[in-house]
Write a protein that binds this ligand. Structure first.
Ligand SMILES: *Cc1c(COP(=O)(O)O)cnc(C)c1O
Length: 504
C-alpha cells in the first residue's frame, strides 16, 4: 500500500484560501501554531490497517487519542519553512552584534564536520577505532598551542563561560596545592557578565576595577586593589569597549609578583588571532570561543566550544582526560589531578573538526589576515560614522566600535528605539546597553567576512537613521519595527506575563 504518495496527491488536505495581499502579509506575520492548523482527518502518512494486537500495557493503555494535530505533509513542510523564514540570520544579512563575532562560516568546514567518519562516531567506542578523531584533537591542540604560545590546552569546556569556570577552578586548585586560600578576584567594570559570575560560582569575592576615561583598565586603581588575598584578575583583551589593553603585561607581572594569576577572557580573540600570543602577555589561562573565532555557526544556544589555554603554572591542574600518544597510539589518560572531569566526554568534537578545517584552509597567514581585516572593517565603520554617532572613545579600535546614546540626547529616542529602527532598514541591530561603562551602549562588530558593499550599505542606513533622529522624527523610531514578523512588543508584559504554553 502506498503511504506518502497518497497524502501528497490528495489536495483536499491543503488549505487553499484566496488571500488578498494584505491578508497574506498578516498570515505571514501571524503564522498559526501547528495545533491551530489542525485539519480533521488529514494525515502525513497512511498506515495499512493492522490487526489489533494483544495489549500488554494493562491500566497504562491509552484510552483516548493523543491530541496531535491532523495535518498533511505539505502543510507541515510549509509551516516550518515559513517559520524558518521569519528568522534573521547571518545567512540572510549583516549581523553586527558586538562581542559575538557573528561571521560567515565557510561551508567547507560544515562539509568536513559532516563526513561520516567524524559525525557518526560515539565517545564510548573503543579507542582503537577513533584514532583519527583523537589525531584531529591533537592536531588542533598543536595549532592552539602555537597560536597562544601556551603549553597546554583543556578541550572539554563546552563554551566560553564553561572555559572560564575551568580556568578559575584550575587557579583555585593551584592555590590550594600551595596551601593558600585567597578570596578576591579583580574584574574590570567593562567585563562580560560571565566573568564576575564565574568568579562568584568558584566561591571568590568579586572586586570591580574602574575603567579610565579612555576605556582601558585603570592600572593605578588595579595596583591599589592588590593584596595577598587576591587570587586572580579576569580581564578581557581586547576589552568589551573594543580596545586593546596596553597594560596587560604590566598587570600580569604585578599579579605574578604577589603569587596571583591572570585569567584572560579570550572571546574577542578574533581581533588578535595570529597577531599577538597570549603567553607573551603573561596570561595564565584563557578560553578561546571556537564558535566565535574559528568557524562554527552559533547563536540561539549552540553548539559552542571553549578550550582553555593554560600556562606552565596551571597545566598540571587541567581537567581530565589527557590525550597522550603511547607506542604510536592515542590514548586517554586519567590521573589524580584535582579537577577530574568537568564534562562527560572529550568536548564538542564537531566544533573541533570545524575549527581545524578552518585553520588548515586559512593557514597561519590567513588567520593573521582575518584579524587584520576584522580590525580594518571596524575602523572603516568607526571613521565613516564618527560625525554621526557619538563614539565613546577616541582613536583606533580593534574588531568592534563602541558608541553611546549622547547623540540622541533630548530627542526622546533611546538606544533601544534606534536599534528597532535598524530592523526596518534590513539590518540586525548591534549589541545594545553592553558594556555598562557607557550610557546606552551601541557595540558594532562587523567581522572580516563582510564586504565593503555591505559595510557601505550599513553606513548609509545608519546615517539616514541618525538624520531622522536629529530631525526629531520620533514616531519612526517608537513605531519600529514595521517590517519584521513582530512589531514592537511590550517588554514588561513579555517578562511579567509570558505566555509559555498553547491552550485551546
Ligand atoms: C561570548 C562571550 C563570553 C561567553 O562565551 P559563551 O561561549 O557564550 O559562553 C564571555 N565573554 C565575552 C567577552 C564574550 O563575548
Amino acid at each position: 500500500m502506498s503511504t506518502f504518495a497518497n497524502a501528497v496527491s490528495d489536495s483536499s488536505h491543503l488549505v487553499t484560501l484566496p488571500l488578498t495581499a494584505q491578508q497574506a502579509t498578516e498570515e505571514w506575520r501571524d503564522e498559526p501554531l501547528i495545533f491551530e492548523l489542525n485539519n480533521d482527518g488529514a494525515v502525513g502518512v497512511d498506515f495499512p490497517n493492522v490487526p489489533p494486537v494483544k495489549q500488554r500495557l494493562g491500566s497504562m493503555t491509552r484510552t483516548s487519542p493523543l491530541p496531535l494535530p491532523n495535518i498533511s505533509e505539505p502543510q507541515v513542510v510549509r509551516h516550518y519553512t515559513r517559520l524558518s523564514q521569519k528568522n534573521y540570520s547571518i545567512d540572510s544579512g549583516f549581523y553586527p552584534l558586538g562581542s559575538c563575532t557573528m561571521k560567515h562560516n565557510p561551508r567547507l568546514n560544515e562539509k568536513v564536520a559532516r563526513l561520516s567518519g567524524f559525525a557518526n562516531i560515539h565517545p564510548l567506542q573503543p579507542l582503537s577505532t577513533v584514532q583519527g578523531a583523537l589525531e584531529v584533537m591533537d592536531t588542533l591542540c598543536h595549532w592552539l598551542k602555537t597560536i597562544t604560545g601556551m603549553p597546554a590546552i583543556a578541550f572539554s569546556p563546552a563554551a566560553g563561560a564553561h572555559g572560564e569556570l575551568c580556568g578559575m577552578m584550575a587557579i583555585k586548585a593551584a592555590l590550594e596545592a600551595r596551601g593558600e586560600h585567597r578570596s578576591i578576584v579583580l574584574v574590570p567594570e567593562s567585563a562580560h557578565g560571565t566573568n564576575p559570575a564565574t568568579a562568584a560560582a568558584c566561591g571568590f569575592t568579586v572586586k570591580a576595577i574602574p575603567a579610565r576615561a579612555d576605556g582601558t583598565v585603570d592600572v593605578a586603581a588595579f595596583t591599589e586593589a592588590l593584596s595577598n588575598d587576591v587570587a586572580a584578575a579576569m580581564i578581557t583583551n581586547p576589552n568589551t569597549c573594543g580596545l586593546f589593553e596596553p597594560a596587560l603585561k604590566e598587570i600580569a607581572d604585578k599579579l605574578h609578583a604577589i603569587g596571583a594569576y591572570l585569567y584572560c577572557d579570550g572571546a574577542n580573540f578574533n581581533a588578535i588571532s595570529g597577531q599577538v600570543r597570549p603567553a607573551d602577555l603573561g596570561i595564565d589561562a584563557m578560553h578561546i570561543n571556537l564558535h566565535k573565532t574559528y568557524s562554527t555557526p552559533h547563536g540561539g544556544g549552540g553548539p559552542g566550544s571553549g578550550p582553555v589555554a593554560l600556562s606552565a603554572a596551571l597545566a598540571p591542574f587541567a581537567p581530565l582526560p589527557h590525550i597522550v600518544q603511547e607506542n604510536g597510539q592515542y590514548t586517554l589518560k586519567e590521573t589524580d589531578a584535582p579537577l577530574g572531569r568537568i564534562k562527560a566526554f572529550q568536548g564538542q568534537f564537531g566544533t573541533f573538526v570545524r575549527a581545524l578545517a578552518y585553520m588548515m584552509t586559512m593557514g597561519s597567514d590567513g588567520l593573521k589576515q582575518a584579524s587584520t581585516d576584522a580590525v580594518l572593517n571596524a575602523n572603516y565603520i568607526r571613521k565613516n560614522l564618527a560625525n554621526d554617532l557619538t563614539l565613546s572613545f577616541d582613536g583606533i579600535c580593534m574588531h568592534e566600535v563602541l558608541a553611546d546614546e549622547r547623540f540622541l540626547k533630548n530627542k526622546g529616542i533611546t538606544t533601544l528605539d534606534f536599534a528597532k529602527a535598524m530592523i526596518d532598514k534590513g539590518f540586525h541591530p548591534m549589541t545594545m546597553y553592553f558594556p555598562l561603562v557607557v550610557q546606552g551602549a551601541m557595540l558594532i562588530e562587523p567581522t572580516e567576512t563582510e564586504s565593503k558593499q555591505t559595510l557601505d550599505a550599513f553606513i548609509i542606513a545608519m546615517k539616514e537613521l541618525v538624520a531622522e533622529a536629529k530631525a526629531g522624527n520620533v514616531a519612526l523610531f517608537k513605531n519600529a519595527p514595521q517590517t519584521a514578523p513582530r512589531t514592537r512588543s511590550d517588554e514588561t508584559a513579555a517578562a511579567r506575563k509570558p505566555v509559555l504554553r498553547w491552550q485551546k
